[in-house]
Design a protein around this ligand. Sequence first.
Ligand code: BDR
Ligand code: CA
Length: 313
Amino acid sequence: MSKIPIIIDCDPGHDDALMLMLAFGSGMFDIRAVTISAGNQTQAKTMNNALKILTLIGATDIPVYHGAEKPLFRDLAVADYAHGETGLDGPSLPTHTMAVQPMRAVEAMAAILVEAGSSITIVPTGPLTNIATLLLAYPHLKSKIERISLMGGGIFRGNMTPLAEFNIYNDPEAAAIVFNAGVPITMCGLDVTHKALVFQKDIELFRSLGNKTGTAAAGMMDFFSIFYRKNMPELDGGAPLHDPCAIAWLMNPGIFKTKSCYVDVETKGELTRGATVVDFYNVLNREPNAVVAFDIDRDEYINMLYNAIKVLP
Ligand code: BDR
Ligand code: CA
């Protein structure tokens, strides 16, 4: 089977790190670039974390590009409360010697799209600043984008405010540009990611692999779980493994429950800034612009992660 060509745009981040492990370890993707967004931490820190993860998993030949330092119009709100001071606190990770490409993320994505013989899927798992800038600066390249499979938003819930999810909350204007771009979108929001839970038994399964990546993945999930066990007891000790969902859907959409919906983003609301407004019951009767995931076969998801981590160093 031919590999799916993708560009990954991420802000590692513990769950971004496992997303990278799934993307690289699955062997299903032709990963053309990793571009970095500021989000869980500053651009400098998320970049450093991405380079460490790529080194850990032996993906040192992948071109990596600096993205935006901050959201389009707002200050960056980092998630140190969940990801720590480095953005990837917890296990010790290898130092890296990877060089960052001199070109910036948006120009690099555009160049990749121009040169590509077929269309490319973009997988964003952080704030959408880089992707919105790409779409604004190079609208003629939209036809070269097969789909945007993203982690962000929520139908019925938020984690920054009651209705807004972190990635969309950080840069709602960028998210509004992306959802209104006319490019096919898959939205893996909190409705599905809060069912994509990783429990202690899953963490031990990763650890039991005994390879460097499995040990690091387990250590990351140990740290990541602390925040959720303390603050979201409703999840019964599970931690929502958000970002790998955006990759898992591309690997096997059959493990998800989805609905095609019209989605827009609230940029001004007094109580609702950054909320994805998902017309789940089609009350507006508008053309759907997103496949919205709301449930997942959790066991199969963990299995996919396990199998991917197993083949990495
Ligand atoms: C999203 O926010 C970040 O903290 C995670 O990496 C994920 O992308 C979840 O709301
Ligand atoms: Ca992320």
